[in-house]
Write a protein that binds this ligand. Structure first.
Ligand code: BES
Ligand code: ZN
Length: 635
């Protein structure tokens, strides 16, 4: 992940036009989220908050645009504010009207110059605190939060469109206060071609008639990053009374079989942390260009098809997105600096669910893999980004701050607390956190206060304040952290060492009972340099080239590239051209970018694959394939 040098962050922070900067510096020591502005949004949430959104949009697949209106119901904290400031990016605003309780009247507005990260503040002038404002607008084909797929790019050979709003992409398809610190309910009417089906992060009716005119309502308050929509040749198959899969017809049976344990997962999580509060839990399996593994859109998680490998070995992703129904969707980070409250808590809950359903061995293996990833990332991460209680992301793109610190260090901290206080005590504590903070947005300082009052004070002597401070406010992993261990991985490590030292032949490695995780471990533990002879040995024994398992491909292709095994290139090209999930393809692009020849090959592949990539993935690949910085050869 490309990181912004500290000097640049400071320079950006000083740029007065950045959202929230001014307010941030005035209130630098205030920790109450209701008064601190989110530096990644232009919204003045201390003056006004959206309470309800009413969307009325037409989906124009040919023009790659959403056209229609967003009506906002407002709650004014400062009725004299005189303006409503909204986040937008690349929206064509057609007209804005305000409702004073009796009539609708046109309003005057200005659209600020576009900031490459934050977009354009939309400033609507108001003489009084109007209860409702309606914006008529259209999105642009390049909207960062939408991907438009041509028929050729889908299994059904029908057009497809989906959104990805987290972290700050909702503003590219709806004008709103794009901060997780504001929550609102929503309704929507979505019109599409009659042959297509629309679904949203709302109440999807499994029996909806396909007629091109769909209505949705989301009665629970959600932050903007959980607004979601998808349109395509979508069909539904139930898994249980409250859960099922939406996807293109050709994927339906494989997906429902892979995710058959979903109802069990919901029940396990409810038993630990209280009732599932969102009604249905469905999953939308997207085309392979979906840039993430999963996205916890409420009532309808969006899922990559790359986890459908036939043996349920990657369904911890479902446990993860489901867990967000408590950590994230119910209790939400109020700005992106505190993302660990979403992702760390979710990774912890995910692993508890995996342990309950698939056993301790599986949960341990998954933890070892995550901690290995964190250790790799820490090697190059600036110290100030290694804190759980991160500084405000002033002037930064929250997508660039996404790291294993939030996920893995966050999870590890909760595992540490669980171990010290005991599982029963910690389970009750976490359940209490979710119950007392449900449907609110919160931050690290509030968690620290709650932890102190509800665990530290009530069970003195188990954990010291210094230990808590180390986890939350110091870089790196505290020395008191106990690393995850896996006996099954010890066996894998042992086999690999024996082969590397020449003690055994590659054919003597007993892989019959290996799951995806053991293959991952086998490859992750390879030395820096794998020779061409060794790479050929591996390929001839295990036929990694062309593997349908993205977790294996992600780790094998960089090894093949670095060893110089050019005969893997056709399979590498096929992999990079068929998958758009960023995590899976970035290591291979990065390995190719290490040499001039590799970079040239990668650029040629990217030129062809790009049209099928999501804007988020395309931007990441572009960064990695940019010309390398000139070498400084002075002695
Ligand atoms: N909410 C995240 C995805 C996300 C994070 C999107 C930040 C945009 C910005 C989702 O819940 C997630 O964590 N997905 C992971 C899978 C997980 C099992 C670690 C992913 O996509 O890899
Ligand atoms: Zn997550």
């Amino acid at each position: 992940m490309l990181r912004i040098p500290t000097a640049m962050v400071l320079a950006l922070a000083l740029a007065a036009c950045k959202p929230g900067v001014e307010a941030q510096s005035k209130v630098s020591n205030v920790i109450d989220s209701s008064t601190v502005l989110d530096p990644n949004s232009y919204a003045q949430t201390d003056k006004v908050r959206i309470e309800h959104l009413n969307l009325d949009l037409r989906v124009d697949m040919a023009a790659r645009r959403l056209l229609g209106s967003a009506e906002l119901q407002l709650h004014w904290l400062d009725p004299k504010a005189g303006a409503l400031v909204l986040d937008t990016r690349d929206l064509d605003i057609r007209r804005i009207d305000g409702f004073d309780g009796k009539v609708w009247r046109p309003l005057r507005y200005t659209l600020d110059r576009r900031d490459p990260v934050y977009g354009s503040a939309l400033r609507i002038k108001l003489k009084s605190a109007l209860p409702r404002v309606r914006i008529q607008y259209a999105t642009r084909p390049e909207a960062s939060g939408l991907q438009w797929l041509t028929p050729a790019m889908t299994a059904s050979k029908q057009p497809f469109m989906f959104s990805q709003s987290q972290a700050i992409h909702a503003r590219s398809w709806v004008p709103l206060q794009d901060t997780p610190g504001v929550r609102f309910t929503y309704d929507a009417r979505i019109r599409t071609d009659a042959s297509l089906m629309a679904v949203m992060s709302a109440d999807n009716n499994p029996n909806a008639v396909r007629n091109g005119d769909y209505r949705f309502s989301m009665p629970q308050k959600i932050p903007s990053y959980l607004l979601a929509i998808a349109v395509g040749d979508l069909v539904f198959k139930p898994i249980s009374a409250r859960s099922g899969v939406w996807t293109e017809p050709s994927m339906l049976d494989a997906a429902t079989a892979e995710f058959a344990d979903t109802e069990k997962m919901i029940e396990v999580t409810e038993k630990l942390y209280g009732p599932y509060q969102w009604g249905r839990y469905d999953m939308l399996v997207l085309p392979a260009s979906f840039p993430f593994g999963g996205m916890e859109n409420p009532r309808l998680s969006f899922i990559t098809p790359t986890v459908i490998v036939g043996d349920k070995s990657l369904v911890s992703l479902i446990a993860h997105e489901l867990a967000h129904s408590w950590s994230g969707n119910l209790v939400t980070n109020s700005s992106w600096k505190d993302m660990w409250l979403n992702e760390g808590f979710t990774s912890y809950v995910e692993n508890r669910v995996v342990e309950a359903i698939y056993g301790k061995d599986q949960a341990d293996m998954e933890n070892v893999i995550s901690q290995f990833g964190l250790a790799e990332e820490l090697k190059t991460m600036p110290a100030e980004d290694q804190l759980l209680a991160h500084a405000p992301l002033v002037g930064r793109d929250p997508d660039d701050a996404l790291s294993d610190i939030a996920y893995v260090k966050g999870q590890w901290f909760l595992m540490f607390l669980e171990k010290r206080f005991g599982r029963d005590t910690f389970d009750a504590f976490l359940r209490h956190w979710f119950t007392t903070h449900a449907f609110t947005s919160t931050h690290s300082a509030e968690f620290e206060r709650f932890l102190n009052a509800e665990l530290m004070q009530k069970h003195p002597g188990k954990v010291s304040p210094e230990e808590i401070a180390q986890w939350l406010h110091q870089p790196g992993i505290p020395s008191v952290a106990v690393p995850a261990k896996s006996a099954r991985f010890d066996a894998v490590d042992n086999m690999r060492s024996k082969w590397l030292s020449g003690e055994i032949n590659v054919s003597e490695i007993d892989t019959k009972a290996w799951s995806t995780q053991e293959w991952v471990r086998f490859l992750e533990g390879m030395p820096e340099v794998v020779t061409l002879v060794q790479a050929h040995d591996l390929q001839s024994a295990f036929a990694f080239d062309g593997t349908p398992n993205g977790e294996i491909a992600q780790r094998w292709y960089p090894i093949a590239i670095e060893s110089g095994a050019v005969e893997s290139r056709p399979d590498i090209e096929a992999f990079l051209s068929s998958v758009g999930r960023r995590k899976l393809i970035m290591p291979t692009y990065t390995a190719l970018a290490q040499s001039d020849e590799g970079r040239a090959f990668a650029r040629a592949v990217f030129a062809k694959a790009r049209a099928g990539y999501h804007p988020i993935t395309a931007a990441s690949v572009e960064k990695v394939l940019a010309d390398p910085a000139p070498q400084n050869n002075t002695p």
